[in-house]
Unconditional design. Sequence first.
Length: 308
Amino acid sequence: MRWCRARSVWLWSALAATLCCSHNAVAQVSIEAVRSRAAFSLSGSRYMPVPVMGPTAGLRSARLLIEVHEAAKRGHQPLDYRTARKMMYSRTDNVMLNGRRGVWTAYSEIFVPGTSDSGSAYKENGDQNGDGFVDSKGINAEHTWPQSFFKKRGPMRSDLHHLMPTFMHVNSMRGRLPFGPVSNNSVNYGTRSGARRGGGSFEPPDSAKGRVARSMLYFFTRYLGTNILPRDFVQSFWNSRIELFLAWNRAYPPSAFERWRNSQVAAVQGNRNPFIDNPSLADAIGSDAFRLSARFSTYAKSEIHPIR
């Protein structure tokens, strides 16, 4: 615990220095607002950011990012990958629809009945999602933050807050492409629900955009200071997409299912996604803090940092 506190102090100091030196640092919330649970709550009450102008805005932004980082990892009891997938198929993403239990596939918007803890039990019945392919082998786990970026290491690989059940073909079509809008003239793959790929990006359907954004913001914040982003992908995968995630987070607030799922995941692995409990935290932290702090989570191909 002493080591964790010392690391948090170091990370906050480094972030603060980075943000204060940036000419792009924007107004954020006050330190008092960060410290006061009367001002906001990481467990769900509505938070109204208080704009504070001045050269020390970066300090406040850094402090809030670290506060949310600490909240996101608090109580986390990592699962092994096999158990995580079982929990996803049979519990955290298994819902009741019209009197039947089953899994709602994230990118296809198809409900597949069943109670199994195995993805292979949830097969597509014909080309239900209209992508020209029949997923006869079932569904699997989509990692919104690609596994290859963190070498398939735990606890990131099995963190249910960034896993979603999808049909296998849709998952492979997304691959490790960054999320983003896809223009009509660049589409080379799509589903009836509105998921599509093209121009070097993957666009989820509207029903999944808010969830994807909050998953990405969670993952970046939860594993801040850990090697999760290859240096060559910092701009294309993260920095250039932050404003989009903030916009999706605003435009598509958490659904009742997403909030329910957050509690289900917390019951299974012990921690919550603060951006679901309190979506306004994302804008309170601000794009500059998310962008400038990426340097603490990047690595060259030959580097591997310990899990923090």
